[in-house]
Design a protein around this ligand. Structure first.
Ligand code: PFF
Length: 489
């Protein structure tokens, strides 16, 4: 049998996993979801989600990858043959994510160019929606493909291809700088944000808890969705990375490092965004919650505003900021493509050389849909349905399968055998009860809400399309399970 690829050093793995975790999810998604759910109202569910599901599931996934030495489908198949589809469902969810994630990277490439001249001018909001996206009237009108975004999309895919070409070898080579650089610019953005007039207003909105809002289920499901997205959980990324670990590698300590680095970065990035939002509110004479109608474009509006306010060398700050957004997202992007491609390499023993170009081409072509004038709405809809339903479901199943079928105590003993930090029975409780119950409840509530009210302000048929997408992924995952793999033939 062919030798499995390996990380050379522990730090290769940690950096790759932190790189997977920290990405647009921290700097773009976390702030806008927080904004959408009322700022401080969202932070409590977020941290609860991190502790009750995030960290325990990072440990679980690292354990699964290490023990079974395979990506998600094969790993679950080794627990029970009939469970393989859960792994495929994770990979199909991650496929949807990489299709639109690379388009957002395409936006960033454009903004990198715009920042040379601060092309967004005095009104970055109007620039983003009207001049750049040329937004159509709704998801029903796709309009034309935006070629500028297509160029960015192509660049992202070429970069990913180059990054993944030689597997762990090429990843380890690039990962160090694409993980460390982004942090420096964040520090600069936060300092700039905090010194803007009105910043306090924004921070109040960000940090003041709203206990009443905790009674709603919306922020809870969004919080679990965000934690999953940000930690790259339930998508096979951590499982595949951990399957490349050498024997006896630590799990618990690595899990804490990865989770805390990720949450810390998101929380920190929030200061940059919300201080700037406070500033925007002040200059526009509005309250913070009314500054932006849809939170989705937040990072592309507030950061440029902050950049324009730089007292000197604004284009320089613009360029480095968008370079850093790119370096931040590229290692997340590859951590989405790798498990997907590896799913096929593991099951059908296809060579990386053959699978990777096909996946890259597919990713590029599929992404074209999101580069249209209506693409923006579809990113929002696909993101919502994938993260809120598919990922929550996969996470729930992971917890149930490891908790009850494989047995939580067995996994904990295994983790403790190889880890510096020993985890206690609390872990079993999180995996067997807390995570599945909360995920199950949130899932049902959100489902009920969306079925009765529809998602967002979109026409009802858009919600139907969202559900069709979820169903399609489900069916496809079962089809992929049923096709015989190489070793089974
Ligand atoms: N965690 C990444 C982020 O926060 O940007 C996004 C991501 C990476 C999602 C890997 C999915 C994934 F498999």
């Amino acid at each position: 049998m062919e030798e499995r690829e390996r990380w050379k050093r522990r730090s290769d793995f940690i950096f790759a996993s932190i790189g997977a975790a920290i990405g647009l999810g921290n700097v773009w998604r976390f702030p806008y979801v927080t904004y959408q759910y009322g700022g401080g109202a969202f932070l409590i569910p977020y941290f609860v989600a991190l502790i009750t599901a995030g960290i325990p599931l990072v440990m679980l996934e690292l354990g699964v990858g290490r023990i079974f030495q395979a990506g998600a489908p094969q790993a679950f198949a080794r627990i029970r043959k009939k469970l393989e589809w859960i792994g495929w469902l994770a990979l199909l969810a991650v496929m949807i994510i990489f299709l639109y994630y690379s388009v957002i990277m395409g936006w960033v490439w454009n903004y990198l160019y715009y920042s040379l001249k601060l092309s967004w001018g005095a009104d970055p909001k109007a620039f983003f929606y009207n001049n750049f996206l040329k937004l159509s009237s709704g998801p029903g009108t796709l309009g034309a493909i935006n070629w500028a975004i297509v160029i960015g999309l192509a660049l992202s895919w070429l970069w990913s291809y180059n990054y993944l070409r030689r597997g762990t070898k090429s990843i380890s080579k690039e990962i160090y700088w694409t993980v460390t650089i982004p942090w420096m610019i964040l520090v600069i953005m936060v300092i700039r944000g905090l010194t803007l007039p009105g910043a306090v207003k924004g921070l109040n909105y960000y940090l003041t808890p709203n206990f009443k809002a905790l009674l709603n289920t919306g922020p809870w499901l969004a919080a679990y969705g965000q934690v999953f997205f940000s930690l790259s959980l339930a998508m096979g990324s951590l499982i595949i990375y951990s399957s490349y670990l050498p024997k006896e590698s630590d799990i618990a300590n690595n899990a804490f490092i990865i989770s805390l680095a990720d949450a810390g970065t998101a929380f920190f990035a929030g200061f940059a965004v919300f201080s700037t939002l406070g500033y925007l509110a002040q200059t526009m004479g509005l309250e913070v919650p009314n500054v932006i109608s849809s939170g989705f474009g937040l990072a592309f509006i507030t950061y440029p505003t902050a950049i324009s306010k730089m007292p000197f060398a604004a284009p320089f700050f613009g360029v480095i900021f968008f370079v850093l957004l790119l370096t931040l997202s590229i290692d997340s992007q590859i951590s989405q493509v790798e498990p997907f491609a590896a799913g096929f390499m593991d099951k059908w023993k296809f060579a990386r050389k053959k699978v990777l170009p096909v996946v890259v081409l597919f990713g590029f072509l599929g992404g074209l849909f999101f580069t249209t004038q209506g693409g923006y709405y579809w990113i929002d809809i696909f993101d919502y349905f994938t993260c809120s339903f598919v990922l929550t479901f996969v996470g729930l199943m992971e917890a149930v399968i490891v908790g009850y079928v494989f047995k939580a105590s067995r996994m904990r003993e295994y983790i403790n055998e190889v880890s510096e930090i020993k985890i206690g029975k609390w872990w079993d409780i999180c995996v067997k009860f807390i995570t599945p119950i909360i995920l199950g409840f949130s899932f049902i509530w959100e489902f009920k809400k969306v079925v009765t009210k529809g998602y967002g302000d979109y026409p009802r048929w858009a919600t139907t399309v969202g559900f069709i997408l979820v169903l399609l992924l489900l069916v496809l995952s079962i089809v992929l399970m049923s096709i015989k793999g190489k070793e089974e033939q």
